[in-house]
Design a protein around this ligand. Structure first.
Ligand code: ADP
Ligand code: ADP
Ligand code: ZN
Length: 219
């Protein structure tokens, strides 16, 4: 299955995508994680992306389109993938459709996680990350030992763009540049939505119900 997991920053895309990837046996591709890896390794791309990311702006489309083209051409994407954080603009969505056509594939669904703004702000402000890719919330999804990753035991950190000013900027950028994709994919008949304001396991169940239905109807 070729899946786009869509939603505003803090809606739970990363949290759910990791669980879905395990359940459906397909890779989780997060452009945010890929970019943060470049930042960490101080690659040319990372140095270029940093200024945008720190203030919560979008990294230019040509960079993202190149990244995603490379990633989707990898052999582990042969039986599908879950995209998290891409596309975020109409040109990125157009490019995705060209890339998939070249690869002889098509999108099965764009699954949107809907969450009200007030809840997004609470989620982002309390998010804590680990270098291993795990993410937590100080109140809603705390690690067993405060400040320490359950999976690998390393100390957790707060992303620079999860500080208050960047959060407000990211929500604004989402509304201006990313939200138009809802209409874009609705017009293509690919859009499905779930209520993301419920607990992590409840949202997971709702997402699985939609995906199981799509998988069944494709048989
Ligand atoms: P996104 O990838 O969409 O930006 P994340 O998956 O990183 O979102 O989730 C943002 C924050 O909210 C994290 O701290 C995460 O632990 C927490 N979170 C995710 N889903 C839920 C939920 N259903 N209820 C409460 N908190 C959640
Ligand atoms: P979140 O889901 O919390 O908004 P991500 O981890 O998906 O955050 O992305 C973090 C940052 O990386 C974004 O604010 C943006 O600067 C950059 N980024 C990630 N994906 C894209 C994309 N598809 N287009 C442009 N910038 C992106
Ligand atoms: Zn860890």
């Amino acid at each position: 299955m070729q899946i786009v997991l869509f939603g505003p920053p803090g809606s739970g895309k990363g949290t759910q995508a990791k669980r879905l990837a395990e359940r459906y046996g397909i890779p989780h591709i997060s452009t945010g994680d890929i970019l943060r890896e470049h930042l960490k390794r101080k690659t040319k791309l990372g140095l270029e992306a940093r200024a945008y990311m720190d203030r919560g702006a979008l990294v230019p489309d040509d960079i993202l389109i190149g990244l995603i083209k490379d990633r989707l051409s990898q052999p582990d994407c042969a039986s599908g993938f879950i995209l998290d954080g891409y596309p975020r603009t109409v040109p990125q969505a157009d490019a995705l459709s060209v890339i998939l056509t070249e690869l002889g594939k098509k999108l099965d669904v764009v699954l949107t996680i809907n969450v009200p703004d007030a809840e997004l702000i609470k989620r982002l402000a309390g998010r804590r990350m680990c270098g291993c890719g795990a993410s937590y919330h100080i109140l809603f999804n705390p690690p067993e030992h405060e400040g320490i990753c359950d999976r690998c035991g390393r100390p957790l950190y707060q992303r620079d763009d999860d500080k208050e000013e960047a959060i407000m900027n990211r929500l604004e950028v989402y509304k201006q540049q990313t939200q138009p994709l809802i209409e874009y994919y609705t017009n293509k008949g690919l859009m499905r939505a779930v209520d993301g304001a419920a607990s992590i396991p409840e949202v997971f169940d709702a997402l699985c119900r939609v995906l199981d239905e799509i998988q069944k109807s494709a048989l």
